[in-house]
Design a protein around this ligand. Structure first.
Ligand SMILES: Cc1ncc(C[n+]2csc(CCOP(=O)(O)OP(=O)(O)O)c2C)c(N)n1
Ligand SMILES: [Mg+2]
Length: 371
C-alpha cells in the first residue's frame, strides 16, 4: 500500500513536472516570438527591396532627363531612351544572373533600357559619354546614339538601331545556354510596333519548337505607339502575347507601370524558364513619358501615367517614404548626373584614326574604300 501511494505520488509529480516543461516550452516559444517580431511586408515585397527599386527608378529617370537636357542644349545630336519604363526595367535588371558567358543571363536590349542598365550597375557617366559622343564611351567609342549600350562583361550585346533584329539574334544565345544546362536565360526586349516585323515571328517559331524549346524571356514593352502610329489602328490581336498562344507558349500581360507587380511576375516567369528550359512571352504595358525621341521633340507628355509618382504615393501611404526623402533622393541623383556631364565635357571626341577599329571583314579592318 505504502509502495502504491509512493508510486502514485511519484507519477503525479512526473506529470506535474512534464506539464511545467510543456508550459515552459510554450512560454519560451512565445517570448521568442515576441523578441523577433517579423513585420509582414506591407506591399508584398520587403521594405528594403521596395526602397532599393525606388532609388534605382529615380536614378534612371534623373539620368534620362539629364540626357534630354544635354540634347536640348545642343551638346548631343540625338536622344532616345526609356523614361516611363522604370517600373518594369529596374526589376528586370535586379532579377538577372549578371556576369559574362553562357552560365549567366544574356541581354538583347533595345533603346529604352536605361532602367535595366542602371539596375545592373551601370554608372551614369557611361550613358552620358555615349550621348555626348566621347572616345571614353565604352559601349561604342563615341560613335552611336544614346541608349545603344554594350557591356560584354554583363552579356549585354550591342543595342542595334534597326528595330527587332535582336529577337532573331537572341535565339543564338538561348541555344548555347540550353547546351550549357546552367539554368541561365536569354532576355530579349523590344517595342509593340516592332512586333509586326518578321524577326519577332521567327523568334516565336524558334523559341517554341517542341523538339528543342529554348530558355528565353521574350518581352514586349507596349507603350501603345510606334513613333506616331497608335496601337489600335495596327493590331488585329487583342494582346501581343496572344500570338504566343498559337505556339503553345506560356504568356503573361502585366502592368509595367507597377514595380511590385513587375518584380513578382518577372521573378515567377524567370524561375519557370530556368527550371523548365522553356520560353515565355511577356508583355508589359508601359508609358512613353517624353514622346518617341528627340525627333518628336522630347517634351514631357502630360496625359501619360508616371510610374515613379504612383510608386512614391504608395510608399508614402505605407509610411516607407516621406516627401522630404523623395525630393532629397531626386536632388542627389540630379546632382550626380550634372557633375558627370561637366566631367564628360572635358573629354575628347573620337579621332579619325580609330574610325575603322572593331570593324572587320574577312578578318581585316573593313575600310570600305579598299573593298
Ligand atoms: C527595321 C527598322 N524599321 C524602322 C525603323 C524606324 N523606327 C525606329 S523606332 C520605330 C518605332 C518602334 O516602335 P515600337 O516597336 O513600338 O517601340 P517604341 O519606340 O514605341 O518603344 C521605328 C519604326 C528602324 N529603326 N528599324
Ligand atoms: Mg511602342
Amino acid at each position: 500500500m505504502a509502495r502504491q501511494t509512493q508510486t502514485k505520488s511519484a507519477s503525479k509529480k512526473k506529470k506535474a513536472s512534464k506539464m511545467k516543461t510543456t508550459k515552459k516550452k510554450a512560454s519560451s516559444a512565445q517570448s521568442k516570438k515576441k523578441a523577433t517580431p517579423k513585420p509582414a511586408p506591407k506591399l508584398g515585397l520587403s521594405n528594403e527591396l521596395l526602397l532599393q527599386m525606388h532609388r534605382l527608378m529615380v536614378k534612371s529617370r534623373a539620368l534620362e532627363e539629364r540626357l534630354i537636357k544635354i540634347y536640348k542644349t545642343g551638346e548631343a545630336f540625338f536622344w532616345i531612351g526609356g523614361p516611363g519604363e522604370e517600373a518594369y526595367g529596374v526589376p528586370l535588371g535586379l532579377l538577372a544572373n549578371k556576369g559574362q558567358g553562357p552560365k549567366h543571363d544574356y541581354f538583347h536590349l533595345h533603346y529604352r533600357c536605361t532602367p535595366t542598365m542602371v539596375a545592373l550597375g551601370m554608372p551614369m557617366i557611361d550613358s552620358i559619354r555615349l550621348i555626348m559622343n566621347r572616345s571614353t564611351d565604352t559601349s561604342t567609342g563615341g560613335r552611336n546614339f544614346s541608349n545603344h549600350y554594350c557591356y560584354p562583361e554583363w552579356n549585354v550585346v550591342p543595342v542595334g538601331s534597326p528595330i527587332e533584329v535582336q529577337y532573331q539574334m537572341a535565339i543564338g544565345t538561348a541555344h548555347v545556354q540550353k547546351r550549357h544546362k546552367a539554368g541561365a536565360v536569354t532576355i530579349v526586349t523590344g517595342g509593340d510596333a516592332g512586333s509586326a516585323e518578321g524577326d519577332f515571328a521567327s523568334c516565336l517559331v524558334w523559341a517554341s519548337r517542341p523538339a528543342n524549346p529554348l530558355p528565353i524571356l521574350i518581352t514586349v514593352q507596349n507603350n501603345g505607339w510606334g513613333i506616331s502610329t497608335d496601337y489600335d489602328g495596327q493590331h488585329g490581336e487583342t494582346s501581343i502575347t496572344d500570338r504566343g498562344k498559337a505556339f503553345n507558349m506560356r504568356t503573361r500581360v502585366i502592368n509595367g507601370n507597377d514595380p511590385i507587380e513587375s518584380y513578382i511576375a518577372l521573378q515567377e516567369e524567370m524561375e519557370y524558364i530556368r527550371k523548365e528550359q522553356k520560353p515565355v512571352l511577356l508583355e508589359a504595358k508601359v508609358s512613353r513619358l517624353y514622346g518617341h525621341s528627340s525627333a518628336s521633340g522630347a517634351n514631357f507628355v502630360q496625359n501619360e501615367d508616371c510610374c515613379i509618382n504612383m510608386f512614391e504615393e504608395r510608399l508614402m501611404r505605407a509610411g516607407l517614404l516621406t516627401e522630404d526623402d523623395a525630393s532629397q533622393i531626386k536632388a542627389e541623383y540630379e546632382a550626380e548626373a550634372r557633375a558627370a556631364q561637366e566631367q564628360v565635357r572635358l573629354e575628347p571626341s573620337p579621332q579619325k584614326e580609330t574610325l575603322w577599329d572593331h570593324v572587320y571583314t574577312d578578318g581585316e579592318n573593313g575600310d570600305w574604300r579598299k573593298f
